[in-house]
Design a protein around this ligand. Structure first.
Ligand SMILES: Cc1cc2nc3c(=O)[nH]c(=O)nc-3n(C[C@H](O)[C@H](O)[C@H](O)COP(=O)(O)OP(=O)(O)OC[C@H]3O[C@@H](n4cnc5c(N)ncnc54)[C@H](O)[C@@H]3O)c2cc1C
Length: 400
């Protein structure tokens, strides 16, 4: 095995039965031929060559190393990355203390009285706290692999409606009381998403976070499973494998349900909620719900954010923490590969083993950002393991 460190791959091109990889290394540009190439390029955070000290294009583009003043900081994104960004700034200007009962208090430094963090998103919702549940997962009754295979075999037309019927049946079996209370049998996927988020949208986000955290901690202590949450969690991965089979219209309809699944699996550790609540109690953290049509403008060294409601807020520092965006052909940093695909439009076409179409099974792209359009929940090290396994199987099988 050979390892090339500090080498940036600049191009990949098929040459007959092989693939040429060109890279910039310490000795300049070089290229090598391989029988197979796996482009496991991972997360893609935007670069920021003309860095404006008041704007961070992602939490992973200089923020962690930057010394920031205690000032007004706007963070776009209320999920994991937004929370990481808020903590990175808060911890530069104060400390969290835990009392004997486990309650956290944030103490800002004496010179940090101007520190104000604002987390922003369209809905202005915080993630909920991780709930207690059995792992490995209990098997599903209505969404087994065999059941889903048979749904796919019946074709893409009407597939989402058939999957929705299975979702409803699974929820009814797991948690009849919740299913009845929310009227699931009479809801569409879109209607369910609305009913799911409605109570949270009607509540103050910090009040909701406090009571959700208390509920999670009570349930964890009692080893009590909230069955409807657990059923949604167990269904998200089987449902994800169905997305590639949905018609264009159904993929759009699936977006509402996708938000529910993401909200469910992207719950955060209870300690993160404790920290957010402590920052809020200290008067340092606030949430700003932007609505669908909001506007961002950089003005006189500040970022002005105007929400759909018309309310405007200005921030000396602005951090874009919206997480990984979906990438497609136009984003591939390899010109020969882009040219070989014949278009700059749309997602990179791939088979189930992540072999890029038209490359004779020689080139694989198991990189999450390029897979999001077909695997909307792909993330994390366990997913990396599954992607690697699928690629290895295809290479060993030698099938183009
Ligand atoms: C802040 C943060 C916290 C996370 N926490 C968790 C967690 O708790 N649990 C979990 O399961 N997952 C977590 N993840 C996700 C996890 O890091 C990823 O799922 C995982 O790293 C993906 O592995 P990978 O090998 O596909 O890509 P990466 O680990 O991203 O590796 C890709 C590699 O390819 C290199 N590369 C890219 N382009 C080129 C090029 N042109 N030339 C040469 N080299 C190139 C990169 O430099 C990098 O070394 C977290 C991610 C982030 C950002």
């Amino acid at each position: 095995m050979a390892l090339r460190e500090q080498a940036r791959v600049t191009d990949v091109a098929r040459v007959g039965d092989e693939v040429r990889v060109t890279f910039d290394g310490s000795d300049g540009s070089e290229s090598l031929l391989f029988s197979h190439v796996v482009l496991a390029t991972g997360h893609d955070w935007p670069e920021d060559p003309d860095h404006d000290p008041g704007v961070f294009v992602s939490p992973w583009t200089g923020l962690m190393e930057a010394a920031l003043p205690a000032t007004s900081v706007g963070i776009l994104g209320t999920s994991l990355s937004g929370i990481d960004a808020a903590m990175a700034v808060a911890c530069q200007h104060g400390r969290f203390d835990e009392d004997a009962g486990g309650a956290l208090t944030f103490h800002p430094d004496p010179d940090a009285s101007d520190l104000r963090l604002t987390l922003m998103s369209r809905q202005g919702l915080l993630p909920e706290a991780d709930f207690w549940c059995p792992i490995p997962y209990r098997p599903l009754q209505h969404m087994s692999e065999a059941a889903l295979d048979s749904e796919v075999a019946q074709g893409s037309d009407g597939l989402l409606d058939r999957l929705w019927a299975r979702f409803v049946a699974e929820m009814a079996a797991a948690d009849p009381a919740y299913t009845e209370a929310i009227g699931l049998a009479h809801l569409t996927p879109e209607g369910f998403a609305e009913a799911y988020f409605a109570p949270r949208l009607a509540a103050d986000p910090f009040d909701w976070a406090k009571s959700n955290l208390a509920q999670v901690e009570r349930n964890t202590a009692a080893r009590r499973v909230v069955e409807w949450r657990y059923a949604i969690l167990r269904m998200h991965e089987p449902m994800e494998t169905m997305v590639a089979h949905l018609t264009e219209t159904d993929r759009e309809r699936f977006d509402a349900l996708k938000r529910v699944f993401i909200d469910n699996y992207a719950a955060v550790p209870p300690q993160s909620i404790h920290r957010l609540l402590a920052l809020h109690r200290a008067g340092v953290l606030d949430i700003f719900a932007l609505g669908e049509a909001y506007n961002l403008e950089r003005k006189a060294g500040e970022t002005e954010v105007q929400a759909e409601s018309g309310e405007r807020r200005r921030f000396a520092i602005f951090i874009d923490a919206r997480g990984q965006r979906s990438l497609g052909i136009a984003d591939l940093p390899f010109p020969s590969l882009r040219a070989a695909l014949g278009t700059e439009e749309g997602p990179v076409p791939m088979n189930d083993h992540f072999a890029i179409a038209g490359q004779q099974g020689r080139l694989f792209l198991p990189a999450a950002p390029y897979l999001l359009s077909r695997l909307p929940f792909v993330q994390g090290i366990t997913a990396s393991h599954d992607l690697g396994e699928a690629v290895a199987e295809a290479i060993l099988a030698g099938e183009p």
